[in-house]
Design a protein around this ligand. Structure first.
Ligand code: KIV
Length: 264
């Protein structure tokens, strides 16, 4: 049966973890969905892993629509989440037009990076039938404001602000919260504070779901491996097996382990 936003809500209520993984093309979308991964994210990480850029900022709506339509053709029942690229939701009007394009291309929901300033945008999208994931913590589109890719929410003030933002964005209509590179105790508090399912990446094992970038968990991303990444291909003998192992490890909460987690 196809995964919907209701499936994820039910899993949260039952305390069962769910998995998400990026895909950018039809073939991998089919492999990922057939491996039992609940959510496929067409991440703007494609700007780095497919296009070779050093950030996600060069990714355009045209790129996202193209890759979303490719993924939609291969998908076999996972929930498809598409990233809205840098500055495509700078105004509410832009957000509505651009989200509509992604939904027409086959997305079931869109993901936006930001904090309380996104309330009106999320409300407008939600009221018009577009489910939204609000991405908090290390939001890569803000790399130039952050001065690098750094763990967020480490001090008390930043942690309290993140909890408040998650609650505000849920109240505005966000259906999912995604936390990237956040200390595990803070991610656990946010997961408790909101009814919406919370997906984590580098956010510890207490979130409702986990997401990774496909190329990272297959161990093919060049350069330094971030702490929160595990190479599942190293322990298996094929890509489909590696993806199945990831989905199983998330479900059984054996991934992420201590070594993949930021404590504070
Ligand atoms: O673009 C992406 O792949 C993402 C994940 C890292 C969550 O936003």
């Amino acid at each position: 049966m196809a995964v919907t936003i209701n499936t994820l809500r039910e899993l949260k209520q039952k305390g069962e973890a769910f998995s998400a993984l990026t895909s950018y093309d039809s073939t991998f979308a089919q492999v990922v969905s057939e491996a039992g991964v609940d959510v496929i994210l067409i991440g703007d990480s494609l700007g780095m892993v497919l296009q070779g850029n050093d950030s996600t900022l060069p990714v355009t709506m045209e790129h996202m629509v193209y890759h979303t339509s490719c993924v939609a053709k291969g998908n076999k029942g996972s929930l498809i989440m598409a990233d809205m690229p840098f500055m495509s939701y700078g105004t509410v009007a832009d957000a509505l037009d651009n989200a509509a394009e992604l939904m027409r291309a086959g997305a079931h929901m869109v993901k936006l990076e930001g904090t309380d300033w996104m309330r009106d945008t999320i409300e407008a999208l939600s009221e018009r039938g577009v489910p939204v994931c609000a991405h908090l913590g290390l939001t890569p589109q803000f790399v130039n404001k952050f001065g690098g890719y750094k763990v967020q929410g480490r001090d008390d003030k930043a942690a309290e602000a993140m909890i408040e933002h998650a609650c505000q964005l849920e109240a505005a209509g966000a259906d999912i919260i995604l936390l990237e590179c956040v200390p595990a105790p803070l991610a656990a508090r946010i997961t408790q504070a909101v009814k919406a399912p919370v997906i984590g990446i580098g956010a510890g094992s207490d979130t409702d779901g986990q997401v990774l970038v496909l190329h990272d968990m297959l161990g093919v991303t060049p350069g330094r491996k971030p702490r929160f990444v595990k190479n599942f291909l190293a322990e298996t003998s094929s890509i489909p097996e590696a993806i199945e192992a990831y989905a199983k490890a998330v479900k059984e909460r054996t991934f992420p382990a201590e070594e993949h987690t930021f404590k504070a």
